[in-house]
Design a protein around this ligand. Structure first.
Ligand SMILES: [Zn+2]
Length: 216
């Protein structure tokens, strides 16, 4: 039997189409993944003088937050030069897991403008919003988002998710990232450093002198 005949044998005919089908199915799967992968917003631009001014105000609010023993994050909703609403974290004060600065500021702005649709407003927030707040930004149809430090543990705008620019959702936001990020990041670092030191001091106070085991 010649080699050509061997290639046309029954075994080859059964194997080749299966391999081809597998390759095709892998290719289709890859295409589907590519199509569903969110893409970054193309109009992400630079911060204006006004954005910087608003971020400075948000940083002031973050400092107020830290002084009240809340995680130092501040947020400002503005329309043109007008501040519509502002807030800092209130999670501890009101025992509200949703008490994040940007969510509070969005709620207050909607209340004040008597509309849930904030498409002509911008939001400046010192830290990259979490999934909950990024969701609220999309729900409020906010026109622009200006944020400071990135959040490696919960950031849902660029870091862990792309919720504000995911084209599968019905609204995407213009995003300006990293505005006065160092200042915002330093505030957070100092806050958590202080908190860790306080917790350690508390633990040391609680510990009986000769033993780590506490007897109640
Ligand atoms: Zn949040």
């Amino acid at each position: 039997m010649s080699e050509t005949h061997a290639h046309n044998g029954p075994k080859r005919e059964a194997v080749l189409p299966t391999a081809a089908l597998r390759a095709l199915s892998r290719w289709v799967k890859r295409l589907t993944i590519l199509r569903s992968t969110p893409r970054a917003h193309p109009t992400s631009g630079r911060a204006t003088e006004r954005d910087l001014r608003m971020m400075r105000r948000a940083l002031e609010l973050a400092r107020t937050s830290a002084a009240a023993d809340e995680v130092p994050v501040g947020a400002v909703v503005y329309r043109g030069d007008e501040i519509i609403a502002e807030a800092h974290n209130l999670r501890e004060a009101v025992n509200d897991p949703t008490g994040h600065a940007e969510l509070m500021a969005i709620r207050r702005a909607a209340e004040r403008l008597k509309t849930w649709r904030l498409s002509d407003c911008s939001l400046a927030v010192t830290l990259e919003p979490c999934p909950m707040c990024a969701g609220a930004i999309v729900q409020a149809r906010l026109g622009r988002l200006v944020y400071g430090a990135t959040d490696p543990k919960a950031g849902a705008v660029h870091t862990l998710y792309n919720l504000c620019s995911d084209r599968r959702l019905n609204h995407s936001v213009e995003i300006i990232a990293g505005v006065l990020a160092e200042e915002a990041g330093d505030l957070l670092k100092a806050f958590f450093r202080r908190r860790r030191a306080e917790k350690k001091a508390d633990r040391d106070d609680d510990r009986p002198p000769s033993s780590r085991v506490r007897i109640r």
